[in-house]
Design a binder for this molecule. Structure first.
Ligand SMILES: [Zn+2]
Ligand SMILES: [Zn+2]
Length: 281
C-alpha cells in the first residue's frame, strides 16, 4: 500500500520521500539523471534514479540509456574493462587510506591561461570519494600545497599512498606528512590489482570529463574547467567496488534532488510544457 504525500512545494512523494514522476516528466528526469552521472551505464543510471524518484520502470531506463548516442560511443571503448574487482584496497574508515595520483594531460593541454597539463586525482579508499585539481606543472610545491589545502578542508589521512614519482617524495611532502602524522606509502603495496583500481578510477574520471564536454559540444581543451563537475559526478554515482554512493558514505546523506528544469509543478494549472532537448540524444 503506497502512501503518497503532497509536499509544501506541491510535489508528490512516496512515504520514503521519493518524488513521484508523472508520465509527462519521465523524459526530463531521465535526461537529467543520465547527465547528472556523466553518462555512466544502465545500472548506475537506474540506481541514481531510484534514490530519489519513483514511478519509472526498469525497461524505460534501459531503453533510454540504450538510445543515448554519447553513451553508445563510450561503450565500445569501455566494455573490456568490466572485469570483476579483485582484492581492492580495504580501508575501515574515511581518510584511513588516501591514494594520490597524477593524470597526464600533456597530449591535451587546456586552453586556459594556466596551461594545465596535469590533473591531481585523490581518492579515499573507504568511500571511493574523489577530488580533482588541475596543475600547471607537477612540481613538488604545487602538489604539496594542493594536498595540504584539501586536507585542511576534509581532514588529514592516516595513510597517503602514491607511486614513486618525485613530486610525492619531495621534502615538502615528507614535511607535510610528518607534521600531520600521515604515514606515507610509496609504490608497495600497489599490486597489479590495486594498480588496476587506480587506473580504473582515473579512467572513470577521464570518461566523465569527456562526456561532460561532449554533451555541451565544448572543446576538449576546456577539461580543467570541468574537473570539479567530473569528480562530483563520480562521487554521486554508485561505485561498484563498495556498492555504495561515495557522496552518501562521506556525508551520510544523498545530494539534494529536485524535479529537473522544464518540468511542471503539480499544482500549476497553466501547462507550460517544455521538454529537454539534449544535443546528445
Ligand atoms: Zn549517455
Ligand atoms: Zn587550465
Amino acid at each position: 500500500m503506497n502512501h503518497w504525500r503532497l509536499t509544501t512545494e506541491g510535489k508528490v512523494t512516496t512515504s520514503d520521500n521519493k518524488l513521484i514522476v508523472p508520465k509527462r516528466d519521465i523524459y526530463n528526469v531521465l535526461c537529467e539523471a543520465h547527465s547528472a552521472i556523466a553518462h555512466r551505464g544502465r545500472n548506475k543510471t537506474e540506481r541514481y534514479i531510484r534514490q530519489s524518484y519513483a514511478g519509472i520502470s526498469h525497461e524505460i531506463i534501459s531503453l533510454f540509456v540504450s538510445l543515448c548516442k554519447l553513451h553508445q560511443q563510450q561503450k565500445s571503448v569501455t566494455n573490456h574493462w568490466k572485469k570483476p574487482i579483485t582484492n581492492p584496497i580495504r580501508a575501515n574508515q574515511f581518510l584511513a587510506h588516501v591514494q594520490v595520483d597524477l593524470i597526464d594531460f600533456h597530449n591535451l593541454p587546456c586552453e586556459c591561461q594556466s596551461r594545465h597539463i596535469w590533473a591531481l586525482h585523490i581518492v579515499d579508499h573507504f568511500s571511493k570519494y574523489s577530488w580533482l585539481f588541475a596543475l600547471k606543472r607537477k612540481q613538488t610545491e604545487e602538489v604539496a600545497v594542493t594536498l595540504a589545502n584539501l586536507f585542511w578542508l576534509f581532514g588529514f589521512p592516516s595513510i597517503l599512498h602514491s607511486d614513486n614519482g618525485k613530486e610525492f617524495k619531495s621534502k615538502t611532502m615528507s614535511e607535510l606528512c610528518r607534521k600531520h602524522k600521515i604515514k606515507q606509502v610509496h609504490g608497495a603495496p600497489r599490486t597489479p590489482s590495486t594498480q588496476g583500481l587506480v587506473e580504473r578510477n582515473n579512467r572513470t574520471v577521464k570518461e566523465n570529463i569527456l562526456n561532460i564536454l561532449k554533451e555541451r559540444d565544448e572543446s576538449l581543451r576546456k577539461w580543467c574547467a570541468v574537473l570539479g563537475e567530473a569528480a562530483y559526478k563520480k562521487n554521486i554515482t554508485l561505485h561498484r567496488a563498495i556498492n555504495k554512493v561515495p557522496y552518501e558514505v562521506v556525508f551520510g546523506v544523498l545530494p539534494r534532488k529536485e524535479m529537473p528544469e522544464g518540468t511542471e509543478d503539480h499544482t500549476d494549472l497553466q501547462p507550460k510544457k517544455k521538454k529537454m532537448h539534449p544535443p546528445w540524444l
